[in-house]
Design a protein around this ligand. Structure first.
Ligand SMILES: *Cc1c(COP(=O)(O)O)cnc(C)c1O
Length: 349
């Protein structure tokens, strides 16, 4: 249990401001009501009405053929990669992307798939020339390059459609398919001001998280071509991700898609406000994109700042050195933001 859990209330709470991540968002009253009212069935039999509806809604919104509801983003990426690739094949992926850096090499462990990391540019994108250079020739000494795995947003950074397209084109020219880790897909579409289907249309499969800024308690989905989603469904069952009456979670996800997508722009606005305040304090290097603010204190006073803020009910992310991470989300309203601003001002003032 988190040391902070005793402090937190459900929903916006000006007495407490948790900026560690958007995963800390809790179901609000409307979402809990939708979960309670949900008619349920056994999803492994394909009989849960909420899961079926969620998969249909995501298929439609992203302009794809099929979708699959999963417990986590990690499993969603994993079954996607396993559906795309066979043993001895290879995925080209950004070296700082979640699929490469933070998923315990699941595709390699469980699928015999090689991960070929390439540098992520400072703007969060992958360079098309680098991708083309990473694709292996057809040579019996080498792994078979099969898939390019992109990420958007990456550390909050939005990769523009043109850059995603250039990367996807480089992969397709070499016969590779393209996967998008869109854990924060809706933040990306919001910041780009594009249709969800336009962003999803640049790639073959998309993994999205419902449990981050959208505020559902758990759940992710993989969206893409019907044949790949059918393979992913078998992998999901094999990995133990068949969840039976998972409609209780799908109902929360459906509620989130209806009520919490348009409001993501508010989080981006508050992140920009918070970044302006920190910049104004002149206390160190600040960067902000979508709902994330990164701030590297000049004299490495991370632990002092963390303790000062915690005493005022403000919790921040990041380690004892390097960048501090502050993530805006639906449970940080203007009151809670004010508390964070006050805490920062009193530390540096
Ligand atoms: C959170 C996240 C994931 C994984 O999601 P979990 O539900 O935590 O497993 C994957 N990719 C990115 C970019 C993420 O931020």
């Amino acid at each position: 249990m988190s040391q902070y859990s005793g402090l937190a209330g459900a929903g916006g709470n000006a007495a407490f401001c948790d900026l560690r991540s958007d995963t800390v968002t809790r179901p609000d009253a409307g979402m809990l009501q939708a979960m309670q009212a949900a008619e349920l069935g056994d999803d492994v039999y394909g009989e849960d009405p909420q899961v079926n509806r969620l998969e249909a809604v995501l298929t439609e919104r992203l302009g794809k053929e099929a979708a699959l509801f999963l417990p986590t983003g990690t499993m969603s990426n994993l079954v996607g990669l396993l559906a795309h690739c066979q043993r001895g094949e290879e995925i080209i992926v950004g070296d700082g992307y979640h699929v490469y850096a933070y998923e315990a090499a699941g595709a390699s462990v469980l699928g015999g798939i090689a991960l070929c990391p390439v540098p992520v540019r400072a703007d969060g994108a992958l360079d098309p020339v680098t991708i083309a250079g990473a694709v292996k020739e057809d040579d019996s000494h080498l792994a078979v390059s099969r898939l390019l795995s992109l990420e958007n947003t990456h550390n909050g950074l939005v990769v523009p459609l043109a850059d995603m397209n250039a990367a996807a084109d480089a992969a397709r020219a070499a016969g590779l398919a393209v996967h998008l880790d869109g854990a924060r897909f809706f933040n990306a579409a919001t910041a780009l001001g594009c249709a969800e289907a336009e962003l999803a249309g640049l790639v073959d499969t998309v993994s999205i998280c419902l449990s981050k800024g959208l505020g559902a308690p758990a759940g992710s989905a993989l969206v893409g071509p019907a044949d790949l989603i059918a393979k992913a469904r078998r992998w999901r069952k094999m990995l133990g991700g068949g969840m039976r009456q998972s409609g209780v979670l799908a109902a929360a996800a459906l509620y989130a898609l209806e009520h919490n997508v348009e409001r993501l722009a508010e989080d981006h606005g508050r992140a920009a406000e918070l970044a302006d305040v920190v910049r104004g304090l002149g206390a160190g290097q600040v960067s902000q994109a979508t709902n994330m603010v990164f701030f590297t204190p000049e004299n490495g006073r991370n632990d002092d700042l963390r303790a000062h803020l915690a005493a005022q009910g403000v919790v921040i992310g990041g380690g004892s050195s390097g960048a501090i991470r502050m993530v805006l989300h639906k449970d940080v309203d203007d009151g809670a933001l004010g508390r964070a601003v006050q805490g920062l001002r009193s530390f540096y003032g």
